[in-house]
Design a protein around this ligand. Structure first.
Ligand code: FES
Length: 250
């Protein structure tokens, strides 16, 4: 198949960027979207041009690195799929595909399609952990956790911190990300001891990073490649309100 790519090229955060058009021929429909980019970059390198910078690592839908808008949608047209697991068969021969980096104040462009998502790491550093001293590792199943609670925690823990929720949100809010990180610890007994402090600190860091407020539109959950539920935002709001009403930690 033949495709035309319109790709955002930007040398660095100080230089203005622009869309640049590339034509690719004989692309296999079975290639992943990133493999198609590998072909483009090989061709650019052969011509002596600068390859397109884009983030990737596992290429298995696990690491959350492959962040890009494809035709205006985070991770492209297929629901519940990361860019690295999107295949060219989801497009038609002759299509024009527009590829841009995440657009959010808290995600400055580093180069081309690569943005700085350290803000998400700093939210986790603010409280997304269990710090109580629990001694050595307990025997398996010593602390019994009802199956529905364990599954709820694991559903939240599926978040791969790709930033698609922020990119999809008209307010560039990181609520779905923060909610998933708060939620997956808050429902487990190990995470209960610090749940108030965690919610307060992570929300405070989220605000400090310049993410917008959540207006509960739900675009984040629609575009999330791991289908993280909006229910976690409702839990974060309850956790945060409860913490604010009963403590002065922050
Ligand atoms: S490259 Fe790891 S999730 Fe896409």
């Amino acid at each position: 198949m033949d495709v035309t790519l319109k790709v955002w090229r930007q040398k660095n955060s100080q230089t203005p960027g622009k869309m640049v058009e590339y034509k690719l021929s004989d692309i296999s429909p079975d290639m992943s979207f990133l493999e198609m980019f590998d072909v483009l970059n090989e061709q650019l390198a052969h011509k002596g041009d600068e390859p397109v910078a884009f983030d990737h690592d596992c290429r298995e839908g696990i690491c959350g690195m492959c962040s890009m808008y494809i035709n205006g949608r985070p991770h492209g047209p297929q629901t519940g799929t990361t860019t690295c697991q999107l295949h060219m068969r989801n497009f038609n021969d002759g299509d024009t595909i527009v590829v841009e980096p995440w657009r959010a104040l808290a995600f400055p462009v580093i180069k081309d399609l690569v943005v700085d998502r350290d803000a998400l790491d700093r939210i986790v550093q603010a409280g997304g952990y269990v710090s109580v001293n629990t001694g050595s590792a307990p025997d398996a199943n010593e602390m019994l956790i009802p199956r529905e609670i364990a599954e709820e925690a694991m559903d939240a823990a599926q978040c791969i911190a790709c930033g698609a929720c922020v990119a999809a949100c008209k307010n560039a809010s990181a609520m779905l990300f923060t909610a998933a990180k708060v939620s997956h610890l808050a429902v487990l007994p190990q995470g209960k001891a610090e749940h108030k402090l965690r919610a307060e600190r992570m929300v405070a860091q989220m605000d400090a990073e310049g993410f917008g407020a959540c207006s509960f539109t739900g675009a984040c959950a629609v575009e999330c490649p791991k289908s993280i539920s909006l229910d976690h935002i409702a839990r974060l709001n309850r956790e945060y309100l409860g913490a604010k009403l009963t403590s002065n930690n922050v």
